[in-house]
Design a protein around this ligand. Structure first.
Ligand code: 1GP
Length: 250
């Protein structure tokens, strides 16, 4: 079974999936065993690894360790750039920043990365990446040099999502940005979900299980959390997120 098939199966069985994002810049390798063991015990469905900057050198070695601690769960690279590729992962979200008008992030870096991904035999999961306005400028917005889609104009997000569906993308990622002041609004998720059949991944600034549940209710197929699990009380929090997402999905 491919990672893509696994994710679709999770969505089918649980109604909604929970993806935990770990940024190597924020989580040193020595912290991985405890965090990941707890996440697995809490019922997380897959791990994402990557970040907007990646100041941490030796991404490949990091992912090698990451994969060991992930046990049976898929390890999916969520790349902030062409330098974030590793043969130790199971798959990579092959992103195109469709909300922006920067050709480098629409197709440029993808052309550079494709032969590397091919040679490493990594599963590439084509994903339309849509940045949604979320308050202060986020790292994703700044680093990509693009403007996010307006949060109060769902019709613009819908038009982008339809274009993504017609292109044949396998997922649409509605992104508030890491640590966003405001997460992607339910109105945008619901509007996009009403117009496309492509499963929606929603992340950025989701801080409570209640908020995660509302996003699943609005039409998100997968919820991503990153920053919130950096807090000391993350042991029970990850479990609460998992329960909220899966209950709402079912
Ligand atoms: C960011 O969607 C992810 O790319 C997760 O964001 O760190 O704010 O949870 P947070």
């Amino acid at each position: 079974m491919t990672v893509y098939q696994h994710l679709l199966e999770v969505k089918e069985r649980k109604g909604g999936g929970y993806l935990v994002l770990i940024d190597p810049d924020k989580t040193p390798a020595h912290s991985l065993p405890a965090i990941m063991e707890n996440a697995i015990a809490s019922g997380v469905d897959a791990f994402l690894v990557g970040g907007s900057l990646l100041l941490t050198p030796q991404f490949d070695q990091y992912v090698e360790q990451f994969k060991k601690y992930a046990q049976e769960l898929p390890v999916i690279i969520f790349p902030g750039g062409v330098h974030q590729v590793s043969r130790h992962a199971d798959a990579i979200l092959f992103l195109s920043l469709l909300s922006g008008r920067n050709p480098d992030h629409l197709i440029g870096t993808q052309v550079l990365a494709a032969p590397i991904i091919h040679s490493l035999k990594l599963e590439a999961i084509s994903t339309a990446y849509l940045l949604i306005e979320s308050g202060e400028v986020t790292s994703a917005e700044f680093m990509s040099g693009t403007r996010p889609l307006p949060r109060k104009k769902p019709e613009i997000a819908v038009a982008h999502a339809l274009a993504a569906e017609y292109f044949g993308f396998k997922f649409i990622y509605l992104e508030g940005g890491s640590g966003a002041q405001q997460a992607v609004p339910a109105e945008i998720i619901a509007a996009v979900d009403a117009h496309v059949n492509v499963p929606l991944i929603v992340g950025g600034g989701i801080r409570t299980p209640e908020d995660a549940a509302k996003k699943v209710e609005a039409g998100a197929s997968f919820i991503v959390t990153g920053n919130v699990l950096e807090t000391p009380d993350n042991r029970s929090l990850v479990q609460e997120f998992s329960q909220a997402i899966h209950q709402k999905g079912s």
